[in-house]
Design a protein around this ligand. Structure first.
Ligand code: ATP
Length: 251
């Protein structure tokens, strides 16, 4: 178990994380990050900054070169950590041969949820995400926006306490974006910790109670939107981002 402040382990604790890929490229370099239980946390940075590598490391998809990672105090590779984590990846990586209802039910099976409970939960989420009319369809028969809703529903099947969203609104229309945010805000209000990456800076500014700015595999700065705006004498997070990420100023 990891060190515990105020009796509650953080939702995520990353210490000394580095990742050098097989070709010798270092995508993440000596990164430390702590996300408190219940936070709505935004991770911002340009393409290639290392956001997906960090998320992949947390979810045990990428094997870190160095570092320790814990999820609510549990080693990230443990079954307990996997049970507590839900990931909606950037890619729509679902089985082409299953119906979307089966996709959800099978996912629950990976987490040891019994068939009856899985069916109940799948039907509940299909309704919440307004996919119930498409329950028997294959994912490739859905619109792009419906596919996004499906990967989010799948990430929620086992009721994770830490929900990781890697660019969940990339390429979706305005209406669906606000719908996704309404759902995610509701989950956060009900106690789910959210870790979000997005290139929509104004969304991060509105939604997140804390933001970290990542550049070239390192966290350059972090804080609430208000604190970052003050620190960089910026009008909004876009201006903070320009200064920090384009290197105009580094704290
Ligand atoms: P984006 O916003 O484009 O999703 P990101 O911040 O998520 O970017 P990563 O996908 O983590 O960035 O990539 C960080 C760097 O690591 C990039 O330069 C990328 O090319 C490199 N990288 C990622 N995966 C691999 C891999 N399997 N092998 C080699 N290099 C990789």
């Amino acid at each position: 178990m990891c060190p515990v402040a105020d009796g509650k382990p953080p939702a995520l604790l990353v210490q000394g994380l580095s990742k050098t890929y097989g070709d010798g490229f270092t995508a993440v370099a000596g990164l430390d990050l702590e996300i408190p239980d219940g936070a709505f946390f935004g991770l911002l940075g340009p393409n290639g900054a290392g956001k997906t590598t960090l998320i992949g490391s947390v979810c045990n998809i990428v094997r870190p070169t160095t570092g320790t990672l814990t999820v609510f105090g549990h080693d990230h590779r443990s079954r307990a950590a996997r049970r507590l984590l839900g990931l909606a990846e950037q890619e729509i990586n679902v089985d082409r041969f299953l119906s979307i209802r089966q996709i959800l039910i099978y996912h629950a099976g990976y987490h040891g949820i019994g068939r009856k409970a899985a069916v109940r939960r799948a039907d509940e989420l299909l309704e919440v995400f307004r996919l119930d009319g498409k329950a028997a369809a294959r994912a490739y028969e859905l619109s792009g926006g419906m596919q996004r809703r499906l990967v989010l529903a799948r990430a929620l099947m086992h009721r994770p306490r830490l929900l990781i969203l890697d660019e969940p609104t990339a390429g979706v229309d305005v209406e669906l974006r606000s719908e996704i945010w309404r759902l995610v805000k509701g989950l956060n209000a009900a106690g789910t910790t959210v870790l979000l990456t997005t290139h929509y800076l104004e969304e991060a500014e509105t939604l997140c109670d804390e933001i970290a700015l990542l550049r070239a595999g390192r966290i350059v700065d972090r804080g609430s939107a208000a604190l970052l705006r003050d620190r960089y004498e910026a009008r909004d997070i876009s201006e903070v981002y320009d200064r920090v990420i384009t290197g105009e100023e580094v704290a």
